[in-house]
Design a binder for this molecule. Structure first.
Ligand SMILES: Nc1ncnc2c1ncn2[C@@H]1O[C@H](COP(=O)(O)OP(=O)(O)OP(=O)(O)O)[C@@H](O)[C@H]1O
Ligand SMILES: [Mg+2]
Length: 285
């Protein structure tokens, strides 16, 4: 076992019995399907429901959580990786006390990080686990090493799709890789930009049936969000839609999704923490 695994094992042992965040990585096959909007607005809804919620902009290099939020932050992950700030120090505050770990363009990809930097980020992320109920990680599109790392360390991965065949095909490819990789245990689905309720439901049900039949894996259907002009309008105004259009369909549907997530997380603590996820990633137990 390397130094890194030993460090993680120490942290995991210390971690026993402590409060633990539910770590959720949001990913997609195809880009531009609504991940960042979902992370930001879902984060605000969860925070509004009294959950201590932290969102992490892990779309390293092409970060835009700040753009969707309409809030800009002085420090970001780049300062953490350079060792200039701790993760706690770069956290910004959003609506309802939502905590934001911002990123910036030009942050090196996880895959290219030096060991020292990676250790630092792991140790810092691990600290967050005890100060938050939900840790939502926004990733870039596709199947980069970075995305897979964040997926592998999560308690649950949420895959966002739109009803377009290209989005569905790419998402299927991603789910297949995650299932074959065996590190991910729970995968949920959100259908975004459905043209109607029927399309939203059917798209979700069909995707679940497909993955169950061909990958022998049961996903969870978290819900659908309608295609609605308020989303684009909110992005242009740089105000999250749950705030500028609280009565819109997407806002109400996201609330339903948040409650679904809460109901589930109330039933059981996550089976494993971020730390043990990381430990498996870097070669421990
Ligand atoms: N439910 C929706 N209804 C209408 N438009 C939407 C909806 N969801 C997302 N969009 C549009 O799609 C755009 C892209 O969304 P977003 O940036 O959240 O996608 P993304 O998956 O994070 O993209 P990337 O893969 O580049 O990170 C939004 O700016 C908005 O215009
Ligand atoms: Mg995005």
């Amino acid at each position: 076992m390397g130094d890194q695994a030993q460090l993680l094992r120490r942290l995991v042992d210390k971690d026993r019995g402590a409060r633990r965040a539910k770590v959720i990585t949001v990913a997609s096959g195809k880009g531009g399907v609504g991940k960042t909007n979902i992370v930001v607005n879902l984060g605000i809804v969860l925070a509004g429901l009294g959950q201590v919620t932290t969102i992490v902009d892990a779309d390293l290099g092409l970060a835009n959580v700040d753009v969707v939020l309409g809030q800009y932050f002085r420090y970001d992950l780049e300062h953490v990786l350079k060792g200039e700030k701790t993760l706690e120090e770069v956290i910004g505050l959003g609506p309802h006390g939502l905590r934001i770990v911002p990123s910036a363009s030009g942050v090196p990809q996880m895959a290219n990080m030096e060991n020292k930097q990676r250790n630092l980020l792991i140790a810092e992320l691990a600290k967050l686990e005890h100060t938050t109920d939900f840790l939502l990680i926004d990733t870039g599109a596709g199947i980069s090493r970075n995305v897979l790392s964040f997926a592998n360390l999560a308690d649950e991965v949420i895959i966002v799709v739109t009803p377009e065949p290209t989005s569905l095909a790419d998402a299927y490819g991603l789910v297949k890789i995650l299932v074959k990789g065996k590190a991910v245990r729970k995968i949920a689905l959100i259908v975004n930009r459905a043209q109607g309720i029927q399309e939203g439901k059917l798209t979700g049900e069909r995707f679940l049936a497909l993955t169950e039949r061909f990958l022998n894996f049961k996903m969870r259907f978290l819900g659908y969000i309608l295609d609605d002009a308020v989303v684009g309008q909110a992005v242009r105004k740089q105000q999250p839609f749950v705030q500028s259009y609280p009565e819109s369909w997407p806002s109400r549907q996201l609330e339903r999704i948040a409650k679904e997530m809460l109901g589930q997380s109330a039933e059981a603590l996550p089976e494993r923490g971020l730390l043990s996820g990381l430990l498996r990633l870097f070669g421990g137990r």
